[in-house]
Ligand binder design. Sequence first.
Ligand SMILES: [Zn+2]
Length: 248
Amino acid sequence: MKAAPEIQRRLLDLQAVDTRVQQIDHARRTLPQHAALEEASTRLQEASDEVVRVETMLSDIGREATRAEGDVQQVRDRAVRDQQKLEAGTGMTSRDLTALQGELESLARRQSELEDIELEVMERQEAAQERLTEAGAAKEEASAQVARITGERDAALAELDAERTKVLAPREELVAGVEEPLLALYDRLRENSGGLAAAELLHGRCGGCRLELNPVDLTAIEKAAPDEVVRCEECGRILVRTGADTAA
Ligand SMILES: [Zn+2]
């Protein structure tokens, strides 16, 4: 394959553009914010789940509290009525009075038991309320973190996108001068050689695989016509002679 030396050298400029774009794309994919955002989103989800869980728990406890309160109130009301009857004392035999007093004592015990239950429910309610406050704070913090990291990620992406556009700007013009078969070879090599298709021959070394060329190959390359497109014997990449090579 043949190509004018300046076209071959242009391949190096094209390669520089493509390598930089490849680096930018890699940077886009591996931004630290991607992992950080995933982590923060997981934390946010967990905190949100906890809030829902505790809210459900609180609503259950709320119903329990209402019931416990009602139970206590019922016993209290009954005791008040008995007490009033006792104080009025009209039309009651001493046996009735004794029975009433017995009931009042039993109501007092029952009230005390129910108040213990009510207290226990209130304690659980308080603990759940505290847990909800904590979960709410954790959710808010995670949410703020998600927003902050998203902003950082978007800014980083915008910066990389702007650089990508800038780096790519001269590509069309660079490609325009390269003949189709050489460009096809370049593209194929780029695909198969980790993105690096054209490399400079410098100090007897291939700029692609970094291997030193053996003297026989090197002599053959040096003897080749300037418009001959030469390839590295080791890696197959296009070796561009820029005239900067001083090895002999
Ligand atoms: Zn090589």
